[in-house]
Ligand binder design. Structure first.
Ligand code: ADP
Length: 170
């Protein structure tokens, strides 16, 4: 078999990441087994009234990842397919937790392919450790003063504590 040309494979990992959870981190680590480079793309959707601003979310992700050169952290507004066109990366990874995720993701992937014909979605299944973790539940727990350690990286737990105390993050 001929050796294929050396070409770095890149995928976008889009989401709200409000905030980043250990579930997201597991998907990033698994994604890096398949792709050489990932662009974690924070969706800016003010209509969702996010807890953390886009800049705060990006910084929390960057901090949690350390200086891994294989992962870039970016943000986008508007349609994912337009962001794909702009970056020239037409493959995304998405995490699947349960059957309930599947129905929505299936619909989304097909709609995106309708809008951008060579759009490709690759699904990474979460492990037993984090299938029950969602950013929405993490926000709820933090709101009522619950313990989120083990669900999010330490810097995000700290960010949540500050946010709940009404502080603006630097
Ligand atoms: P959430 O659903 O937690 O609010 P996002 O909108 O930020 O998260 O999700 C971005 C992507 O990450 C989606 O594909 C979502 O299914 C996936 N994801 C989120 N949490 C987990 C988890 N615990 N395990 C696997 N995938 C996850």
């Amino acid at each position: 078999m001929d050796t294929p040309p050396l070409m770095a494979r890149t995928a976008i990992y889009p989401g709200s990441f409000d905030p980043l959870t250990n579930g997201h981190l597991a998907i990033i680590q698994r994604g890096l087994k398949v792709f050489d480079r990932l662009v974690v793309a924070v969706a800016n959707n003010p209509a969702k009234s996010p807890l953390f601003s886009v800049e705060e979310r990006k910084r929390l992700i960057r901090e949690a990842l350390g200086d891994d050169p294989r992962v870039e952290v970016d943000a986008f507004e508007g349609l994912l397919v337009d962001y794909c066109r702009r970056t020239g990366v037409h493959t995304v990874i998405r995490g699947l937790r349960a059957v309930s995720d599947f129905e929505y993701e299936f619909q989304l992937a097909n709609m995106n392919r309708k809008l951008l014909p060579d759009f490709e979605a690759v699904f990474v299944m979460t492990g037993e450790d984090y299938f029950y973790v969602s950013a929405r539940l993490v926000r709820e727990i933090a709101k009522f003063g619950g313990d989120v350690s083990g669900l999010v990286p330490p810097n995000v737990a700290e960010g949540l504590r500050k946010k709940m105390a009404g502080a603006r993050l630097p």
